[in-house]
Design a protein around this ligand. Structure first.
Ligand code: NAG
Ligand code: NAG
Ligand code: NAG
Ligand code: NAG
Ligand code: NAG
Ligand code: NAG
Length: 456
């Protein structure tokens, strides 16, 4: 008996000693509020009273940005037709983690179905999540884009002690094939010693302002020294720092400015106004903390789209303020793809755009009347399907659709994938109120249907 116990103990300790390097994903929560399959069919005969799906989950992960071939998890996650499965806390890991010399990202594949065949007719949703990061830990939530039904949401976190990828700075004299130079010791955080100080720490963003309880314009210090006025939106689910906003009924601020002007802040911060935080501030702030970007666009008083981008970061002046982020919903908004996407693109204005203007709708769109569009404002013109800094057109139309003869494309954001029905990357809809806001809290807390920004 004792011997058995000892050998089991030995086995366990050997297994965990062997497991020196790990990559693990925690699957925290899955929500399917509509209680439907991918096809739109209810899972239960009682869908009409709000019953959801009994759900099987299968998952595989690889600690590389690569294809996932393995499924290491396959199990039922609820059995009482719940629409939300919280406290799930399932762990899926890459069994080959020990063999990696560095960590630069991962690919996670999750499929959810109402039966464990995972066949098309019982499929609820599937997620393929590619994260390109060198962060040791992270927490994300993802919303699916399903046709005709309410979306599902998945919340995950990851943890690893694989050393981050370190780009090689040595010259060609080095003969190693891999540029990884870090050690294999576990990440233990910063070694900086804290020296207590009586100097108040100035808030870098709205979430750092002590006891902030009502929305309004506030002073923040993105670089720790320089004061910048910004609108702080205090919501029940967290505090948003608004970095861009447009409103056709607000006081006019010219957004058709030069590249140099866009590097600095302009306009006035308020609940709905015309405001730009400035590229320099965006660069300084987004490289200090990990931010999620929220984009809201309104037509009239209606929230037309609410989009979330994880790991939002703006590069420095030397990268022309390149935009990095991972879209929650792939293929739309900043992740909409023509020959390029806005994600990964440089910031440019009419005068600094270096690619062919005739193949970029935001510059080269020509209507049937041969009225070429008037370019406007600065943006990360990649797909040329978006421009939240475009000319504001007051909304005279229920749909915010604009005439193709107008010669002005307005304030655009792609909310669907693929070109529009005429083959354009822009969809000829000009929103009359939009904003970009950043935050550091768990994006799962964001209320997807909160349309208060569009009202008043
Ligand atoms: C991850 O991002 C870095 C920096 O943008 C890039 O150099 C690298 O190729 C990316 N890795 C993958 C696997 O996509
Ligand atoms: C949604 O519908 C569109 C148009 O019918 C189709 O092209 C697209 O593939 C559908 N997407 C999904 C996820 O079913
Ligand atoms: C903020 O709230 C805390 C806790 O409620 C309180 O102790 C502190 O005095 C408040 N600070 C300010 C500046 O009001
Ligand atoms: C950005 O870089 C350019 C070229 O080096 C320089 O002229 C400009 O002053 C810089 N702008 C800022 C805001 O640093
Ligand atoms: C915006 O500025 C550019 C460059 O000066 C100019 O060509 C364009 O006509 C302006 N757009 C509008 C709508 O006035
Ligand atoms: C309103 O929308 C329709 C299409 O639904 C379009 O033909 C018309 O030009 C729009 N009106 C304005 C003022 O842009």
């Amino acid at each position: 008996m004792l011997r058995n116990f000892l050998s089991i103990f030995l086995l366990i300790s050997l297994t965990s000693a062997d497991d020196s390097q790990f990559f693990r994903i925690l699957i925290r929560e899955f929500d399917n509020p509509a209680g439907t399959h991918f096809s739109g069919q209810s899972c239960s005969d009682f869908g009409f009273v709000g019953l959801g799906c009994n759900t099987w989950l299968e998952a595989g992960v690889i600690a590389q940005v690569n294809d996932v071939a393995v499924t290491t998890l396959n199990q039922q996650i609820n059995s009482r037709y719940e629409t939300s499965v919280t406290g799930l806390n399932l762990i899926v890991e890459d069994e080959n983690a020990a063999s990696y010399s560095f960590f630069e990202g991962f690919t996670l594949q999750i499929r959810l179905a109402s039966q464990n065949t995972f066949a098309d007719n019982v499929l609820i949703d599937s997620f393929t999540i590619n994260i390109n990061t060198t962060d040791q830990t992270g927490i994300y939530s993802y919303t699916s884009q399903r046709n005709g039904t309410l979306p599902t949401t998945l919340s995950i976190a990851w943890s690893t002690n694989i050393p981050p990828f370190v780009p090689s700075t040595t010259s060609a004299s080095e003969s190693t094939t891999e540029s990884f130079t870090g050690s294999t010791t576990a990440f233990t955080g910063s070694t900086t010693t804290y020296i207590p100080t009586t100097t108040p720490i100035l808030p870098k963003d709205c979430s750092e302002i002590p006891n902030l309880s009502i929305s309004g314009a506030q002073t923040i210090y993105p670089d720790g020294v320089t004061a910048v006025q910004v609108f702080c939106d205090v919501k029940s689910y967290g505090i948003l720092t608004v970095i861009q906003s447009r409103d056709s009924s607000g006081s006019s601020t010219d957004f058709n400015q030069t590249y140099d002007s866009y590097t600095q802040q302009f306009g006035n911060p308020s609940a709905a106004s015309n405001y730009w935080f400035g590229l320099e501030n965006m660069n300084v702030l987004t490289n200090q903390k990990k931010y999620t970007l929220l984009i809201d666009v309104c037509c009239g008083n209606t929230l037309s789209s609410r989009q979330i981008y994880h790991g939002f970061k703006i590069g420095s002046n030397s990268t022309k303020y390149k935009l990095s982020a991972t879209a929650d919903l792939p293929g739309i908004g900043l992740d909409y793809s023509s020959s390029r996407k806005d994600i990964g693109s440089e910031f440019s204005t009419y005068d600094t755009y270096s690619l062919d203007k005739s193949s970029c709708d935001e510059f080269g769109y020509a209507s049937d009347d041969d009225v070429t569009v008037q370019p406007y404002g600065g943006w990360w013109f990649g797909s040329c399907g978006n421009n939240l800094n475009g000319a504001l057109i007051s909304n005279t139309n229920e749909t915010c659709s604009i005439s193709s003869f107008a010669g002005e494309l307005g304030v655009n954001l792609r909310t669907t994938t693929g070109t529009n029905s005429d083959g354009w990357d822009v969809d000829l809809i000009s929103y009359n109120r939009v904003r970009m806001a950043i935050f550091t809290f768990d994006s799962l807390l964001i209320e997807k249907s909160d349309d208060s920004f569009c009202k008043n």
